[in-house]
Design a binder for this molecule. Structure first.
Ligand SMILES: Nc1nc2c(c(=O)[nH]1)N[C@H]1C(S)=C(S)[C@@H](COP(=O)(O)OP(=O)(O)OC[C@H]3O[C@@H](n4cnc5c(=O)[nH]c(N)nc54)[C@H](O)[C@@H]3O)O[C@H]1N2
Ligand SMILES: Nc1nc2c(c(=O)[nH]1)N[C@H]1C(S)=C(S)[C@@H](COP(=O)(O)OP(=O)(O)OC[C@H]3O[C@@H](n4cnc5c(=O)[nH]c(N)nc54)[C@H](O)[C@@H]3O)O[C@H]1N2
Ligand SMILES: [Mo]
Length: 775
């Protein structure tokens, strides 16, 4: 009898390690090694001429937007040396690679064979060079014409009993132009099933800020960093994930700003930064960044913030009118008294114990904040991917409100976004719960009536596919299977589908664990030149601070068979909708200016889009908070009351966060090192506190299996090497996506429905599989 094949072979049960080497944990990020690492990757993947051409245009006026993170570029001055970071260079190496996968490649390698590889190995293969089709029952993808590919999608979509049986995912690299057309097509087709990577990412920030302050985006601009007195950074690892933020922090620090970091790990970039654009940085002078490091326990942020708030209230009562901004509170907020009463009723010692922070250190923070009002709070996934994420972020807002730190220079909210256009995609209407204002604007502009009922978010989409309620899955970018929780459950969900389709640049695991039939539609990336009717086109993106900018590629595409995302959406819409469309899709394929004209007529804030997007540095979208306005029901910023409920950790269990290494962009693995954390050549590691290791009889290098049993289902991630690390007791860390098999589909944040990827309860057991020994 044939051996039963694993559901997700490469992601579940690796048969080998890659050869772990441990070094010291770094306290300072970047400097020369960072630049060298970035260049090396570009040289080996892209080649010298093509590589230098791409790097020269990265983040420059007239060039293209870095496909890495969403940290903004300076509005006017751009560094002559290089306005990008080590990881931006790696993102280019990944996208601009000259390796391409054509019909021969897929004829040589079966889908199962490719699925057995690790994500790192899959990513190394190269760019998909032609549309590929996997017929039902086939073992190999084969080339197909674009026309036939669109026809297959059209017949599968048009035979569904309801448009709500299809799901249309978007990842955050999609441009404004493509995103706008995509949501327009999906809504004219008849559904709001538009889940996106935001659902896995900053959804909690959007919900919290929307409810408290009336806009789901941050309020600060880059200039605010030049004027801030205090910058608090919670649950974020900028040295790896937003390296150019370190330049802003360094400038602020030199001006005397106090930097407070809240993180279970002493992350290199937060502790210190050597700026590679300056000689001093290259020589390791002038590097320390953080003034106060609060090493919280996982999910200890809400009690910590409440403890700080409580101490500020006490200081205010000792010297009324000197600590809190009472005029601001009275004029612009509601709910202060109730919040005050709530905090007065909590015990400082108890809050400190929940946070895992010494009360003396919290007092130090309160005394720093006491007489300061230009405060910026930055945060990312360490806050958003928890059950109580929305309330924790609202607790940050509470603190900023009592200090009057919103709507003034040098102060405000700064959720640091991930994907380079994730914020823009939402602005363009990629949202499963669209506001009526958007739908009404579409109806007025285009003359069809979009569906009003809400669609599925990411987790709901997976559950619907699993239950057979959704049958066609379409993804504009991303790597849905590897990015989402509960890998086995999600794999089973995708396999239930009649058809799975991915618009992609690179090959990834989501192409290899598929529906009955599958398609890969290869598209141009950010760095690729895009020419329509002889005219060079550009697209546009919105960064983390609401600046919209043009992005035009410079490289010759690896294959003549690639189409741009806007063109793919137009041709798809034409084939699926046939005569049943009110939209002139052909016009959009003549010139992207026509798309921007219609965005301008539909989405607020885009007046004169075609003119302003061509200005150096682009333009800012309106942001009410910056003008001290709050578009909430009562036009006031709201205080929020939340009670901290510690997660119930059973005897023997540990809390696990899933984080990024220095050598990855989400599910794209650039390499096997996590340089700053002193880990080399291995990703299957679990970082543990020495005491937790001792309690379990584990040593440095012990091979363990990890178990989770949420909802009574046993989830296992096998073969991880224990690495002792300076992490609070009871907490552990592993890399995503390797441990996504353990993230329960049923554990999501309240209100935002984001999977709780930063707190998974696990048991750590010594592996009894003796086949696998360390290299
Ligand atoms: N090079 C590179 N750049 C990227 C990405 C990438 O993968 N690679 N991804 C992009 C994307 S999509 C995103 S969303 C961002 C992600 O950027 P980050 O949010 O910085 O990414 P993570 O690695 O998830 O790091 C989370 C941080 O939160 C901390 N943390 C975990 N749990 C807690 C907690 O309970 N409390 C506190 N206070 N801290 C906690 C972790 O120790 C870690 O430092 O980066 C973007 N930029
Ligand atoms: N456990 C755990 N899971 C997580 C997270 C975590 O911290 N822990 N983080 C979550 C977060 S914050 C996010 S944002 C998601 C990310 O989820 P996704 O956005 O779905 O995943 P990515 O890895 O960014 O997608 C990479 C793929 O995008 C395709 N691609 C790259 N560039 C382009 C392009 O220009 N156009 C098109 N069409 N395709 C392109 C390539 O084929 C590549 O393989 O993962 C989430 N999952
Ligand atoms: Mo993200």
């Amino acid at each position: 009898m044939a051996e039963e094949r694993p559901l997700v072979p490469g992601a579940e049960n690796p048969e080998r390690f890659t050869g772990l080497e441990l070094g010291p944990v770094r306290t300072v990020a970047a400097g020369l090694p960072g630049v060298v690492a970035g260049f090396k990757q570009v040289l080996s993947e892209v080649g010298l001429v093509r590589g230098l051409k791409a790097l020269n245009e990265l983040n420059q006026h007239g060039g293209f937007d870095c496909p890495g993170c969403a940290w903004p570029d300076p509005d006017d001055e751009r560094s002559g040396i290089a306005e990008y970071c080590e990881n931006g260079a790696k993102a280019i190496a990944e996208e601009a690679t000259a390796k391409k996968l054509d019909a021969d490649f897929f004829a040589c390698h079966s889908v199962y064979e490719l699925a057995c590889l690790t994500d790192f190995e899959i990513g190394r293969k190269g760019r998909v060079a032609a549309p590929m089709y996997l017929p039902a029952g086939a073992d190999h993808y084969r080339q197909i014409s674009w026309e036939d590919a669109f026809s297959i999608i059209a017949s599968r979509l048009n035979e569904l009993a309801s448009p709500d049986e299809a799901v249309f995912y978007t990842s955050g690299r999609t441009s404004n132009e493509a995103a706008f057309l995509y949501q327009l097509f999906v809504r004219e087709y008849g559904t709001n099933n538009l889940p996106d990577c935001s659902n896995l990412c900053h959804e909690s920030s959007g919900v919290a800020l929307g409810e408290s302050l009336g806009i789901g985006k941050g309020s600060v601009t880059l200039d605010d960093f030049e004027e801030a007195e205090v910058i608090i950074i919670l649950g974020q690892n900028p040295g790896t994930n937003h390296p150019r933020m370190l330049t802003s922090l360094q400038k602020a620090k030199r001006r005397g700003a106090v930097i407070i970091s809240v993180n279970p790990l002493p992350e290199a970039g937060l502790m210190g930064f050597d700026n590679p654009q300056q000689l001093k940085g290259i020589l390791h002078l002038d590097s320390s960044l953080t003034d106060i490091f609060l090493q919280v326990k996982l999910n200890g942020d809400m009690p910590l913030l409440q403890a700080i708030g409580k101490l500020l209230l006490e200081e205010e009562s000792l010297a009324p009118g000197t600590v809190l901004d009472i005029p601001f509170i009275e004029q612009h907020t509601s709910g202060f008294e109730a919040w005050k009463k709530h905090l007065e009723g909590l015990s400082l010692d108890e809050l400190a114990a929940y946070a895992g922070i010494d009360p003396a250190q919290i007092k130090e923070v309160a005394s720093v904040l006491k007489h300061k009002s230009r405060i910026i709070a930055c945060w990312a996934m360490g806050l958003t991917q928890h059950k109580n994420a929305v309330d924790t972020i609202k607790e940050i807002v509470n603190l900023l409100l009592v200090k009057g730190s919103i709507g003034k220079k040098g102060a405000g909210t700064c959720p640091v976004r991930g994907h380079s256009n994730v914020q823009g995609d939402r602005t363009m209407g990629i949202y499963e719960r669209p506001p009526e204002s958007l739908l009404a604007a579409i109806e007025k502009q285009f003359g069809f009536s979009p569906p009003r009922h809400h669609g599925y978010n990411v987790v709901e989409s997976i559950k619907a596919m699993h239950a057979g309620k959704a049958k066609v899955f379409f993804a504009l970018g991303g790597n849905f299977l590897s990015a989402t929780p509960d890998t086995r459950y999600t794999a089973a969900a995708l396999q239930q589908c009649r058809l799975t389709v991915h618009v992609s640049t690179k090959l990834n695991r989501s192409h290899l664990v598929h529906g009955q039939e599958a398609l890969i539609l290869p598209c141009l990336g950010r760095s690729d030149r895009d020419i329509l009717n002889g005219n060079e086109q550009f697209v546009s993106c919105e960064n983390s601070m609401g600046v919209v900018q043009a992005s035009g590629g410079v490289l010759k595409p690896v294959s003549a068979d690639l189409l741009s995302e806007p063109v793919i959406v137009c041709r798809l819409a034409k084939t699926v909708l046939g005569n049943n469309t009110k939209v002139n899709w052909d016009r959009y394929m003549e010139h992207y200016d026509f798309i921007r004209e219609d965005i301008e007529k539909t989405i607020p804030g885009f007046a004169d889009y075609n003119k302003r997007v061509r200005l150096r540095g682009g333009f800012y979208l309106p942001n009410a908070n910056r003008q001290l306005k709050f578009d909430t029901a009562n036009q006031k910023a709201g205080f929020n009351i939340a009670r901290f409920e510690p997660v119930l950790v059973k005897d023997g269990e540990l809390m696990m966060m899933t984080i990024r290494s220095h050598d990855q962009f989400n599910t794209t693995i650039y390499g096997l090192d996590d340089r700053y954390r002193g880990i080399r050549n291995e990703r299957r590691v679990i970082l543990m506190n020495q005491r937790d290791m001792y309690d379990r009889g584990l040593e440095n290098g012990t091979v363990v299996d990890l178990y989770n049993d949420h909802d009574g289902i046993e989830r296992v991630a096998r073969h991880f090497i224990v690495v002792p690390y300076p992490i609070p007791a009871g907490c552990t860390a592993t890399y995503f996506p390797e441990t996504n098999v353990l993230v329960p589909i049923g554990s999501v944040a309240e209100k935002s429905h984001t999977p709780t990827s930063k707190l998974v309860l696990i048991r750590v057991m010594i592996a009894n599989d003796t086949r696998l020994t360390r290299v």
